[in-house]
Design a protein around this ligand. Structure first.
Ligand SMILES: Cc1cc2nc3c(=O)[nH]c(=O)nc-3n(C[C@H](O)[C@H](O)[C@H](O)COP(=O)(O)OP(=O)(O)OC[C@H]3O[C@@H](n4cnc5c(N)ncnc54)[C@H](O)[C@@H]3O)c2cc1C
Length: 262
């Protein structure tokens, strides 16, 4: 089974600050980590490899420093790391990112299963997994909480729903995105760390993959961000208390006074 895991390097904090003049994230001095949901994706890929055999390739699109994320994945059992990095990719939105990643995946030979995290904790859109599947024209299942069975031809999974779960069988090649309920990621041992340190990370850029220059980077990004800002902190608001009937009366009059209903 040839498995590819898409991983993203993200700031290791939720306290990300925005430069008020440029509206961009201030990344300087912020520690970078593997997106937590992608740790579950790596673990699941390694577990599938251990069950049915095969290889696990990890791929990330990002700046040269994202090399560390790939090494971290290799330290816990991934076999090969691929860094998709080129100045021409700067300014990519989720559409251009999905296109670039899917083009890079096409250079990796036969792929049976692609695993992504549910979402990235910084961008938070959850669009890249489904976007990659669409651009590769393969089926996908999002929010997978358990892989029940996997063969060369298909995968049977449990998809987390608001109330319970669905059991879905999908032909391969296909893509799944995983939630944190799926497993408990292992911690790297000394041997894994050593392997990761010495691993060769292969670079994919515009010189060794085929991409349409109109569909990459800022130029290929239909999303336009007009303004980024830190929302003002609002004060505590008005609290009302009392018995249920009295509370309902008070709440109704507050709503009426606001002019929301007459
Ligand atoms: C106009 C615009 C310009 C932007 N410019 C830049 C920029 O210059 N530099 C920059 O870093 N970001 C930039 N971004 C942000 C970038 O588009 C998103 O971070 C990226 O598309 C991933 O989206 P997300 O974070 O919502 O990931 P999600 O869709 O929430 O991620 C879901 C899953 O997809 C996979 N995945 C996501 N991103 C990657 C990746 N990069 N590599 C491998 N797998 C991945 C992971 O498995 C992840 O768990 C820009 C966004 C916009 C709108």
């Amino acid at each position: 089974m040839n498995i590819v895991v898409c991983i993203k390097q993200v700031p290791g904090t939720t306290q990300v600050k925005i430069n008020p003049e440029t509206g961009t994230l201030i990344r300087d001095g912020v520690e970078a980590v593997v997106n937590p949901f992608d740790e579950y994706a790596i673990e699941e890929a390694v577990r599938i490899k251990e069950r049915v055999g095969g290889t696990v390739k990890v791929i990330t699109m990002g700046p040269p420093q994202a090399d560390a994320a790939l090494r971290s994945a290799i330290s816990v059992g991934a076999d090969e790391g691929y860094l998709v990095s080129d100045r021409a990719f700067a300014g990519s939105d989720t559409w251009a990112t999905s296109y670039t990643l899917s083009s890079a995946i096409k250079t990796l030979g036969k792929v049976d299963l692609i695993i992504c995290g549910k979402q990235a904790i910084d961008g938070d859109t959850a669009q890249v997994g489904p976007g990659v599947a669409e651009m590769l024209d393969i089926p996908f299942v999002a929010w997978v909480r358990k892989v029940e069975e996997v063969t060369d031809a298909s995968i049977k999974v449990e998809r987390l729903m608001e109330e319970g779960y669905d059991v879905v069988e999908m032909p391969l090649p296909g893509l799944i995105t995983v939630v944190k309920e799926i497993n408990e990621p292992r911690i790297a041992g000394l041997k894994g760390k050593g392997r990761a340190k010495n691993a060769e990370i292969k670079k994919i850029d515009t010189t060794n993959m085929t991409v349409d220059p109109e569909r990459i980077g800022l130029k290929g990004s239909p999303t336009q961000v007009f303004r980024s800002f830190v929302p003002e902190r609002k004060s505590g608001g008005e609290k009302i208390s009392g018995e249920a009937a009295e509370l309902a009366q008070k709440a109704a009059s507050v709503i009426q006074n606001l002019g929301v209903v007459k």
